[in-house]
Design a protein around this ligand. Structure first.
Ligand code: FAD
Length: 293
């Protein structure tokens, strides 16, 4: 049943400073409202608790894409459409564009934000696996100041985050220079878009073209654990090794220690496990195929 709108309060602060003061004055009483693409679905389903919401939508301070020598800094209010239109993100972090392009339709891409995707903390969200492959870190702000958190440490458990009630995600930093690595991306869902992922797979591989040795690797996964996860055991099985059939089999085996999939409405644990292993094997076999013979 739809919620009664009169039970909700929405305040739109004129500046980031006012937003932070509001959150600090009554911690836990105000919930940020960015593009609303997750919150409005809950509202429509009658599942959004009547409470007080703080609109971030007009806070230009949170909507930017800045490029430095080593990083791209993406404001939390940056939309999927902004990401798709950024040449810098396309060059250095193409998997973020893959994720943005496969998130909902154009209306959702125009309104949904990267900060909202992270703070909604769904293990099935699509930008987080890509963010993990680019060693993302988050800048969190409050009236107490700013702090940086490595993104692979931010999700503490299902829907639990290292985010205080008076804090906002201000920006996301991703490292540059991995655009030339081999990019692997696959969102497995019932349809190509407008579907919640059964599995979201993102990988970047730096393979030495002369020896075929994996110099470095990152693998980010969604929908296979209570939070999005980095496949650190599979990465360790690959780093410094030639992409032989034995190495690929070892990485596939190591993946079992990285994921804890469950049965749910969208899929089964066994399917998720098998398909994640297959996707890893596929990107590794492709990488080997493009290396020395
Ligand atoms: C039709 C449709 C299709 C979709 N398809 C996909 C998909 O394919 N893949 C996918 O991953 N998602 C999908 N989504 C979900 C949604 O679009 C994304 O999660 C989106 O990025 C949420 O951003 P938002 O700005 O709309 O968040 P909101 O709905 O405004 O907020 C979401 C949560 O984040 C919090 N929040 C927002 N901004 C901040 C901040 N800066 N600091 C702290 N907390 C904050 C809010 O309090 C709330 O808890 C879809 C949604 C719809 C309606």
């Amino acid at each position: 049943m739809r919620a009664r709108l009169a039970d909700f309060e929405l305040r739109a602060p004129a500046s980031l400073a006012v937003a932070l003061e509001t959150l600090a004055r009554e911690p836990g009483q105000w919930r940020p409202f960015a593009g609303g693409t997750d919150l409005m679905v809950l509202l429509d389903a009658g599942k959004l608790p009547p409470a007080r919401y703080l609109s971030l939508w007009h806070l230009g301070e949170l909507r930017h894409i800045d490029v430095t020598d080593g990083e791209i800094v993406i404001g939390a209010l940056t939309t999927y459409s902004d990401i798709l239109q950024s040449p810098a993100i396309r060059a250095d972090c193409p998997l973020l564009c893959n994720a943005a392009a496969e998130t909902g339709g154009v209306a959702t891409q125009n309104r949904g934000t990267i900060g909202g995707n992270i703070a909604n903390a769904s293990p099935a969200a699509d930008t987080p696996p890509a963010l993990l492959t680019y060693d993302a870190s988050l800048e969190l702000i409050s009236v107490r100041g700013a702090r940086r958190v490595a993104y692979d440490k931010f999700h503490l458990g299902y829907k639990k985050m290292d985010l205080a009630p008076d804090e906002l995600i201000a920006s996301i930093r991703v490292v540059r220079g991995r655009g030339a690595w081999r990019q692997g991306w696959r969102k497995v869902g019932t349809r190509r878009a407008q579907a919640i992922s059964k599995i979201c797979f993102a990988s970047v591989l730096d393979v030495d073209s002369a020896s075929g040795t994996v110099r470095d690797v990152r693998i980010g996964l969604g929908s296979v654990a209570p939070t999005v996860v980095r496949a650190i055991h599979a990465e360790a099985a690959l780093r410094g090794r030639a992409l032989t059939p034995d190495t690929i089999a070892a990485a596939r085996g190591a993946l079992a220690s990285d994921i804890t999939p469950i049965d749910d409405l969208r899929s089964s644990a066994a399917y998720r496990r098998r398909v994640t292993e297959n996707l890893l094997e596929q990107v590794l076999v492709e990488a080997r195929g493009s290396g020395p013979g």
